[in-house]
Design a protein around this ligand. Structure first.
Ligand code: IMP
Ligand code: MG
Length: 198
């Protein structure tokens, strides 16, 4: 039987989209291991409480948590920054709060990417008000060129150029989160409608 022509590729690209691997899964894992060791080195013998930002940070948090030796707990928070496109508007809203208090805890806020910094600035502000003993920020990716808010991450996986990335938790309109590598997403310019065309 003749196979139907498929437009979808192995990585799930739709027509007009293409993905180029930027950071391989092996490279991600090696760097996450280093960060885990660094965090434990900085807070010897202390229980650590990781706060992951849904949904982009889920894989980073789960890999990081499993590589930090000693006592580790975690929780999740969710924010929305309006808009599903490749650019956020800068307005941040809390959509899911933490399940547990962070007062007196050594907290590591775990985020997928620092872009303009607006999301992180908001999160740091609301979490600091809850009086953690220490608060540190770990981001897998950093796009320093795009920064608007003056926020600083204590642990950075990779600094990357100003390109839209997907995979390993990062999405484009909720797709591509499942890719094991981080890739750059290229979008073809929309085709102009021809007169009388479809
Ligand atoms: P910021 O508030 O501009 O720093 O944006 C942070 C959020 O925007 C991240 O948590 C991501 O969810 C999203 N974001 C920023 N850059 C990218 C990207 O290149 N790919 C996918 N999501 C991104
Ligand atoms: Mg995010």
């Amino acid at each position: 039987m003749a196979q139907k022509k498929r437009t979808k590729s192995k990585r799930g690209e739709r027509r007009g989209e293409s993905v180029r691997v930027l950071i391989s899964r092996d490279k991600l894992q090696r760097r996450i291991n280093e960060i885990a060791m660094q965090i434990r080195q900085d807070f010897k013998d202390q229980p650590l409480h990781l706060v992951g930002v849904l949904k982009g940070a889920v894989f980073f948090l789960s890999d990081l948590a499993r590589r930090i030796p000693g006592e580790v707990s975690f929780d999740f928070i969710a924010v929305s920054s309006y808009g599903k496109d490749t650019h956020s508007s800068g307005q941040v809203k809390l959509t899911k709060d933490l399940d547990f208090s962070i007062e007196g805890k050594t907290v590591v806020l775990v985020e997928d990417i620092l872009d303009t910094g607006m999301t992180m600035q908001y999160l740091i502000r609301i979490l600091q008000q809850r009086k953690p003993k220490h608060m540190r920020v770990a981001v897998l990716l950093d796009k320093p060129e795009r920064r608007i808010a003056a926020v600083h991450a204590d642990y950075v996986g990779f600094s990357i150029p100003n390109e839209f990335v997907i995979g390993y938790g990062l999405d484009y309109a909720e797709r591509y989160r499942n890719l094991p590598d981080v890739g750059v997403l290229a979008l073809a310019a929309p085709r102009k409608k021809r007169a009388g065309g479809r």
